[in-house]
Design a protein around this ligand. Sequence first.
Ligand SMILES: Nc1ncnc2c1ncn2[C@@H]1O[C@H](COP(=O)(O)OP(=O)(O)O)[C@@H](O)[C@H]1O
Ligand SMILES: [Mg+2]
Length: 397
Amino acid sequence: MQSLMNRYGIVGRNETLREALATAVLVAPTDLSVLIQGESGVGKEIVPRIIHDYSKRKGKTYIAINCGAIPEGTIDSELFGHEKGSFTSAIGEHEGFFGAADGGTLFLDEVGELPLSTQARLLRVLETGEYLRVGSSTPRKTNVRIVAATNVDIPNAIKQGRFREDLYYRLCTINIKIPPLRKRQGDAVLLFKKFALDTAARYNIPEPIRLTPEAEAVVNSYKWPGNIRQLRNITEQLSILSESRSITPEVLAKHGITPNSDLDTGIATIGGNSSTQHDYEQEIKILAHAVFELRSEVQELKDKLQEGNWHDTHTSTTLPVPLSTQKKAQHTQPLELDIPTAEEIIDDDTLNIGDMEKRNILLALQRNHYKRKLAAEELGISERTLYRKIKAYGIDE
Ligand SMILES: Nc1ncnc2c1ncn2[C@@H]1O[C@H](COP(=O)(O)OP(=O)(O)O)[C@@H](O)[C@H]1O
Ligand SMILES: [Mg+2]
């Protein structure tokens, strides 16, 4: 178990989690369909990867699809392919994921988001191993192992007529439940340490942040509605933004992490009136950091070009010292960021619209405790559009 966890970078002592991983290894050599259930951010995506890697399909294709991210109008053709001319924009034929994954594993993430018509097609392929491309009446054979995941309560979706009961039973031959972080006593602190080390290594930060004993107690008792994803993001933010390397309960409280706080109070403090000013400052800080990173990257690119004796007409532009260089220069000092003012951020043409949008999405997700529905509402876009953007910007990663 420990070597499996090391291999996949999984941290935790929780027995239920370890049992879930053991089940994944156990069922891997079979072709049984597996349904992984758990809240958002609990680590569901690791399981299908383990199942594929420990199966005889290992050397074959592994495809992960987020069913909620594909527009309803094209999902059938994405999954099952289409024939040339089967609809207006179908210029050529398209193989589809079921064809492409033949012999391998298909991971259907957010399977609860599939439209009912697609669910019918999926049931058919699961039962017969055959499917029809859109616009074709010739069945095609495929040998695909299906692993699905969901963070919605499928029995409830069945009651509401949004999910086919027969498909549910077909998908969950094996059921793997990943517990939320709040039910893994002690794991949050272990994960915090791992993410602090990872972030320090990735950004060349000389000293990883650490929790005071009081802060450890807070991290342990906090409910973590966004689970490990939320914990990872907070740890990364603190690693970069906190002036002190020692994280106290006060610092955590500024990020909405308070002892025994639950989802309701979390949303209330973040969206509420009393903390609006603070959140605004926090957003500016994060945006400023994004600007800074971009500048550093531009500078690094320029340095690389110069090293290669490339002629660069823009080398006279003055850019701040790259962040990485600053960090190396002050090894034992706490990390200090040169935060530009809001005006500088707005004037800065190195921050493009895409980056701004990505940041906005990240912040909205964070403010809404990674509940995509609420974040989408706040952003004024549909949930499906949000899924698509999350995927496009690699935020899910
Ligand atoms: N036990 C764990 N140890 C280390 N990292 C984890 C663990 N569980 C989840 N993660 C990380 O947390 C993030 C969210 O996990 P993910 O599988 O995407 O969640 P889900 O699909 O359940 O929403 C990923 O970056 C993942 O690598
Ligand atoms: Mg996921």
